[in-house]
Design a protein. Structure first.
Length: 151
């Protein structure tokens, strides 16, 4: 049914971009557009698909190669970019000899009441730091034993 709708002469690129960028975009539609012989060749569609969380990585890597450098920079610096797509965009920009700033470490701390539902009360603070695009380290601080290390 999705394929039939995508063949409609009334459908425009603008309509599809709005659907792709909608918070309620369905994975089935995203996959169908990624595979569609007509729509997947359109620049704006590709740009929107790369931004969408549900686009399969096999298509994301294909679309990234065809995007303009300015679009890649915008995507890479965007706050909504999923962490799985960042390294691919970084590598594509680097392959184009573009200088790219590696993002600073991201930390997510839980303290206080947020962890009150954890079964193990000894673990009070969790930090997840992204030190490189190829590896994620998890740092767990145990306040009771004073142990502090990377696991």
């Amino acid at each position: 049914m999705v394929q039939t709708c995508l063949e409609s002469p009334l459908l425009t690129e603008e309509h599809l971009c709005r659907l792709i960028n909608a918070p309620a975009a369905k994975p089935l539609l995203i996959k169908a557009l990624s595979e569609h012989t007509k729509w997947s060749l359109r620049h704006r569609i590709r740009h929107s698909l790369v931004k969408n969380y549900h686009t399969p990585m096999i298509y994301v890597t294909k679309f990234i190669n065809a995007l303009k450098t300015a679009d890649l920079r915008e995507l890479y610096s965007g706050k909504s970019l999923s962490s799985s797509k960042g390294p691919y965009i970084f590598n594509e920009l680097a392959s184009r000899n573009e200088s790219v700033e590696i993002p600073r470490e991201k930390r997510y701390n839980l303290s206080g009441d947020e962890d009150s539902d954890f079964a193990d009360r000894e673990l009070r603070s969790y930090s997840i730091g992204v030190f490189s695009h190829s590896m994620i380290h998890v740092k767990i601080t145990d306040y009771y034993s004073g142990h502090n290390g990377l696991y």
